[in-house]
Design a protein around this ligand. Structure first.
Ligand code: FMN
Length: 262
């Protein structure tokens, strides 16, 4: 599958086959993709704790559901708890030195002296600010996005889940105080079709992006849109006509109760 098709197919897949295990090599591929994502200063603060549902204690599983469609934890054979290790920024000075020494950042004869006199002290001073939510979370999002695309490329479906009590999850999993739980991601083979009802709506392109000034929406060329539609990235908008029937089928097949919102 071309990358554009993988991007188009990536959709929150909430219904997973609970009985079909996921080989850990596939999860490793997701983690490898996350690991090589870009991070500011190459600090690398993204971490993940992978939970195999069959091996997890019940009290851990009970701590994970989201306030929205928390039933997903019941279905997922694998759950990835993505978190940020804020203490990683304490090594920002070493990381920037490493980048300079490798020839990735900077040029010129004096670059090693300059990095010691300017960037290493700067990165050491700003560490506490950079532990706050902000740039670190952007890094983590990039890593999680790469892992998600790798999951879809391997035929897996995933859905990110927020938590009403991320600190509770952190404590339950024994993660250090320096960590913040970001998101829980359910992973497994889809029980629903790839369409999963169709492309979920997005805000209008022109409202989101600007060109050269805040008052100028980025011009959206319909020719490009048509090309991306042909290439499989832009897909039919939700809902497909048979979505409600599919949801009824999934509810029965997976023995789910209620309206599935909580
Ligand atoms: C950080 C994050 C947290 C999310 N939390 C939840 C959640 O708690 N429950 C849920 O059902 N979906 C959750 N989602 C999925 C979004 O609702 C979904 O991405 C959005 O509706 C767009 O649909 P799509 O992913 O299929 O394009 C989350 C997604 C992200 C990126």
């Amino acid at each position: 599958m071309e990358l554009r098709e993988v991007i188009g197919r990536r959709r929150s897949i909430r219904f997973l086959l609970p009985h079909r295990p996921v080989d850990l090599s596939k999860i490793q591929r997701m983690l490898e993709a996350a690991r090589i994502a870009s991070h500011w200063g190459n600090v690398g603060s993204l971490r993940a704790l992978v939970i195999e549902r069959d091996k997890a204690p019940q009290d851990v599983l009970d701590a994970l559901p989201s306030p929205v469609s928390g039933y997903q934890i019941q279905l997922a054979p694998v759950i990835i708890v993505w978190y940020i290790e804020t203490a990683a920024v304490e090594h920002a000075g070493e990381r920037i030195r490493e980048l300079v020494n490798l020839g990735a950042v900077g040029f010129g004869e004096n670059k090693k002296k300059t990095v010691e006199e300017t960037l290493v002290p700067l990165f050491s001073q700003i560490g506490d600010v950079l532990k706050l939510p902000g740039m670190g979370e952007v890094d983590c999002g990039q890593g999680i996005a790469q892992a998600t695309l790798m999951a879809f490329e391997q035929g897996l479906g995933t859905c990110c889940l927020g938590s009403g009590n991320p600190d509770g999850i952190r404590e339950k999993l024994g993660l250090p105080d320096s960590c913040r739980v970001l998101v829980t991601q359910t992973v497994g083979y889809p029980a629903e079709s790839w369409e999963a009802g169709g492309q979920r709506p997005r805000q209008p392109f022109e409202d989101l992006f600007q060109l050269n000034g805040y008052d100028t929406p980025f011009p959206r060329d319909e020719k490009v849109v048509d090309e991306l539609r042909e290439e499989g990235m832009i897909q039919d908008a939700a809902p497909v006509s048979w979505r409600e029937a599919e949801l009824e089928y999934l509810k029965k097949a997976l023995d789910l109760t209620g309206d599935g919102l909580l």
